[in-house]
Design a protein around this ligand. Structure first.
Ligand SMILES: [Zn+2]
Ligand SMILES: [Zn+2]
Length: 284
């Protein structure tokens, strides 16, 4: 018996308990699985308690076929009773809702299977199997109160690593001197930033060590283990202004013209490509 349960990435990060309810077949407690109102049962006379009957059919003269079928007198139970139990109507089992607690452990991988021994459908005729919970991840929502207000919905997870995109303006990417407070899944703050003059290239990826997912050791975990974390990959997306005040544009233009002929960045050289013979040359 398998049940999918979806939890948020935040729960995978911090660990959390989830109560869930499954409806399963349970042995009727009123008649203790006998199906009889007074608890008394007799061995079925039609099948001798085997629950199955073998019938012989003649297909053609002298040719017989044996057909084994469920006993229609006792319904395969092998027992009969005078008055059926009022609760299960003689079926010996009932549908029942049962609540369990799922402990999502820090760093569990999505799709992990958690087993509850003998908690699957019950029957008087066999030992109940295991209930298996498949833990999936749901899309996160931004929390409404301050304690849960994290940027959780914008993190992406791959194994033990987390991924984040941070937007920078042209000025920030180019001239530096900026900071960001990134609220992590448990609410702690990861500080990003650059000093003046520190350039970030578009789509540059910064790896922040230890700010990924907690590493889940599963069964091998021991209490003395130090918590270990994956890394956070921050990709910087640089947005260029698509409009500029005309005065500002003029000033920039004058500035570029002034510095154009001086020592700019050699794009050809910096790109590592061989320089073509005749091509316009630009800087910055
Ligand atoms: Zn029978
Ligand atoms: Zn019953």
């Amino acid at each position: 018996m398998e049940v999918p349960i979806s939890v948020s990435l935040r729960d995978f990060y911090t660990g959390n308990d989830h109560d869930f309810t499954v409806e399963k077949q349970a042995i009727c407690s009123t008649c203790e699985g006998s199906g009889s109102a007074d608890g008394k049962t007799d061995t079925c006379g039609a099948c001798g308690g085997r629950g199955m009957r073998v019938q012989k059919h003649m297909l053609a003269p002298g040719i017989f076929q044996q057909v084994q079928s469920t006993c229609d007198q006792c319904g395969g139970k092998g027992k009969t009773f005078k008055t059926p139990c009022k609760v299960c109507h003689g079926s010996r089992v009932i549908r029942e809702a049962e609540t369990h607690t799922l402990s999502v452990e820090k760093g569990m991988p999505k799709g992990v299977r958690v087993s509850y021994e003998n908690e699957a459908d019950e029957s008087p005729d066999y030992v109940a199997g295991d209930l298996v919970v498949v833990v999936e991840q749901i899309e996160a929502k931004i929390g409404t109160d301050e304690a849960t207000r994290t940027d959780g919905m914008f993190f992406r997870r791959r194994g033990r690593d987390l991924f984040w995109r941070e937007i920078l303006s042209l000025r920030e990417a180019w001239l530096g001197d900026w900071t960001r407070n990134l609220t992590h899944l448990d609410g702690h703050v990861v500080k990003l930033g650059r000093g003046r003059g520190q350039v970030i290239q578009p789509n540059q990826v910064e790896i922040v060590k230890g700010e990924g997912m907690p590493v889940w050791r599963g069964e091998q975990r021991s209490e003395d283990d130090d918590e270990d974390f994956g890394n956070l990959h921050v990709e910087y997306v640089v947005i260029l202004p698509d409009q500029m005040e005309s005065g500002m544009e003029k000033e920039f233009h004058t500035l570029w013209e002034k510095w154009r002929k001086k020592n700019g960045v050699d794009l050809e050289k910096d790109s590592g490509r061989p320089a073509p013979k005749s091509r316009g040359h630009d800087e910055l």
